[in-house]
Ligand binder design. Structure first.
Ligand code: UD1
Ligand code: MG
Length: 482
């Protein structure tokens, strides 16, 4: 099928009042993408020559979002929501003559489970059957609220009747209109002005085009999609949650089919743009969000959230929160690590327990194992940073960088007061506050020499347990010596 002659109209003018949200309904995200983003992604499989989105309510939010995703999309504004037929008419009037030929596909902006391949199969069926109108239908157990697909004795489609206009007999039909329709452009052009709003809702129903085509002696038909959830819309937060859960289940199933081990699919959430290699293992309680990428043999979790993080092969990430960070191959992160934007951990490096990092380039095999804050820093390969180290990057007004060279050994409880530079192979003493640059190979000691003031506890805190313990130890030492 030549897909170059398809124009797609996406309806998204409705109010979505049941969401009770200041965010436009179709902008609510599922699996890291807006609902309408999922629809536009599915539509892109058809390689449409033009996409028109009908916007109305909250169009100042939804319009720019659509144009960001599909820069050459046409926005058609529907001031009042007078029905799907009215909406398509407004879309039609906004199109150039050259886009009003071939096939026209109408979809809704709130069906996040829609798949491009389903649209492709539907459009191919429509074109090969040479119909004026095709309905993407579904067989459901509870058709309540949907338009019903009507057929004559020979099984030929005759029309669609809306729930509110249906007789009891019609209402009992379980084949429903998903809302997605395909048209021959010439027929649609002629049919739109003929729609009336003489019905219970007083709206212009796009669905009335089916009966009009029949009246004109043109072919109409329905293409049933087995997977009816693909065309289900989310109208309130409960439906949003259940579609999100289902979308996630589908994403996880695909990754498991592609060789990813997911120990607990019920507590694992993976956004649609995440990329995983085979033999990645995901432990319970993990969220992989945004454009996160995980290479083979890496093990993530339990209980970790990674957003826009790149994880190298064989890395281990335990109980970690990370954003816009890079974790090298074979590296170890966690438990309880907080990787903020700009963190880059080298191959086989380590960021350990209760360590927070930001704008920090930590070299290959370099380690920050315990209880530290590393901000605006560069740590060379093979360097070990002692427990409880603070990179004091902020002077109260400006941020400054600390650079530590290769194979350095900095001791516990250090403070690096930026800007400061520690040379290759240098070291520091425990408890040092490093304010001056340390040359390569030097040992920097800033805490003064230790002074023991004898008998201090007994003099200053006589009669306390502390003084008594000191006395007892002294007496025991003297007995031992004599
Ligand atoms: C519509 C169909 C029905 C189908 C159902 C599937 C018609 C007359 N009925 O009914 O057969 O089973 O969808 O969900 O087409 N919209 C606009 N402008 C409008 C009216 C609607 O942009 O003036 C948009 C809405 O934002 C929504 C979509 O079109 O995305 C469908 O509108 P809705 O009011 O939900 O139609 P239904 O009555 O559910
Ligand atoms: Mg509806």
């Amino acid at each position: 099928m030549s897909t170059t002659s398809i124009t797609v109209i996406v309806l998204a003018a409705g109010g979505g009042t049941r969401m009770k949200s200041k965010t436009m309904k179709v902008l609510h995200p599922i699996a890291g993408r807006s609902m309408i983003g999922h629809v536009l992604e599915a539509v892109s499989v058809l390689e449409p020559r033009r996409v028109v989105a009908v916007v109305g309510h909250q169009r100042e939010q939804v319009g720019p979002h659509i144009q960001e995703l599909v820069p050459d999309a046409v926005l058609a504004v529907q001031e009042t929501q007078d029905g799907t037929g009215h909406a398509v008419r407004i879309a039609w009037d906004s199109l150039e003559e050259s886009d009003r030929t071939g096939t026209v596909l109408v979809a809704y902006g709130d069906t996040p489970l829609l798949e491009g391949e389903s649209l492709r199969a539907f459009a191919e069926d429509h074109v090969s059957a040479g119909r004026a109108v095709s309905i993407l239908s579904g067989i459901v157990t509870d058709p309540f609220g949907y338009g019903r697909v009507l057929r004559d004795e020979s099984g030929e489609v005759t029309g669609i009747v809306e729930e509110k206009d249906a007789t009891d007999e019609q209402a009992a039909v379980c084949e429903i209109n998903s809302g997605i329709l395909a048209f021959d452009a010439g027929f649609l052009d002629a049919a739109l002005p003929r729609l009336s709003n003489d019905n219970v809702k007083g709206e212009y129903y796009l669905t009335d085009t089916v009966a009009l085509a029949r009246q004109d002696g043109l072919d109409v038909g329905a293409f049933a999609l087995d997977d009816v959830l693909q065309t289900e819309g989310a109208n309130d937060r409960a439906q949003l949650a259940s579609l999100a859960k289902e979308k996630n289940r589908r994403i996880l199933t695909r990754w498991m089919q592609d060789g990813v081990t997911i120990i607990d699919p019920d507590t694992t959430w993976i956004d649609v743009d995440v990329r995983l290699e085979a033999d990645v293992t995901i432990l319970p309680g993990v969220q992989l969000l945004g454009a996160t990428v995980v290479a083979e043999d890496a093990v993530i979790g339990p209980d970790s959230t990674l957003k826009d993080v790149e994880v190298g092969a064989g890395a281990r990430v335990v109980r970690t929160h990370g954003e816009l960070a890079v974790i090298g191959a074979g590296a170890n992160v966690g438990p309880f690590s907080y990787l903020r934007p700009g963190t880059e951990l080298g191959v086989e490096g380590k960021i350990g327990g209760f360590v927070e990092t930001k704008n920090a380039k930590i070299g290959d095999r370099a380690k920050v194992p315990h209880l530290s804050y590393v901000g605006d820093a560069e740590i060379g390969e093979g360097t070990n940073v002692g427990a409880g180290t603070i990179f004091a990057n902020y002077d109260g007004q400006q941020k400054h960088r600390t650079v530590i060279g290769r194979h350095a050994r900095t001791a516990s409880n250090n403070t690096f007061v930026a800007p400061v530079h520690v040379g290759d192979g240098a070291g520091t003493g425990a408890g040092s506050v490093i304010r001056e640059d340390v040359p390569p190979g030097a040992l920097a000691v800033s805490a003064g020499p230790q002074r023991n003031i004898e008998g201090w506890a007994q003099r200053k805190r006589p009669g306390t347990d502390q003084a008594q313990a000191a006395d007892q130890a002294r007496a025991a030492d003297e007995a031992h010596e004599s």
